[in-house]
Write a protein that binds this ligand. Structure first.
Ligand code: FES
Length: 150
């Protein structure tokens, strides 16, 4: 079991309609989890522009359009896609589905404070640096994402 991260169950798959997002609170942090049909993606539920709720945005491909001022955020890495000159981003989180439950991988420092967190799911894989906010992978270091189970 990894000490660097853990998988946390956040909601049943059926609670997030196709091409929509839902806000969930995990360890006191609000995340937006989206159902893209073939997988679920999760980002921080706070637009980097002025804090709009990304979970209420319109899903377009692998992006969400913020409901407040229409910035586009990539759901795969949290980067702002439009306006293109913006370098801002939100944190993104790995997801997977286990027994019909959407699970999100959180770093270790977010453990154990309220929210809807449920018991840890054993996972031997390290937390990958998916977010555009996080440092880029070091050449030769394997940070490939594993496909979500389900
Ligand atoms: S708060 Fe999201 S675009 Fe302004």
């Amino acid at each position: 079991m990894s000490r660097q991260s853990r998988w946390t169950r956040v909601t049943q798959c059926e609670n997030i309609p196709l091409r929509e997002g839902r806000a969930v609170i995990v360890d006191g942090k609000e995340l937006a989890v989206f159902n893209l049909g073939d997988r679920f993606l999760a980002v921080e539920n706070r637009c980097p522009h002025r804090g709009g709720p990304l979970s209420d945005g319109i899903v377009s491909g692998r992006q969400v359009v913020c409901p407040l001022h229409a910035w586009r955020v990539c759901l795969e890495d949290g980067s702002v896609v439009k306006p293109a000159e913006q370098k801002a981003c939100v944190a993104s989180y790995r997801t997977r589905v286990e027994s019909g439950i959407v699970c999100v991988q959180l770093p270790a420092q977010q453990h154990g404070v309220g929210g809807v967190t449920e018991p840890e799911i054993a996972d031997p894989t390290p937390l990958a640096a998916r977010s555009a906010c996080m440092p880029k992978p070091v050449p030769g270091q394997d940070l490939e994402l594993e496909p979500a189970a389900g």
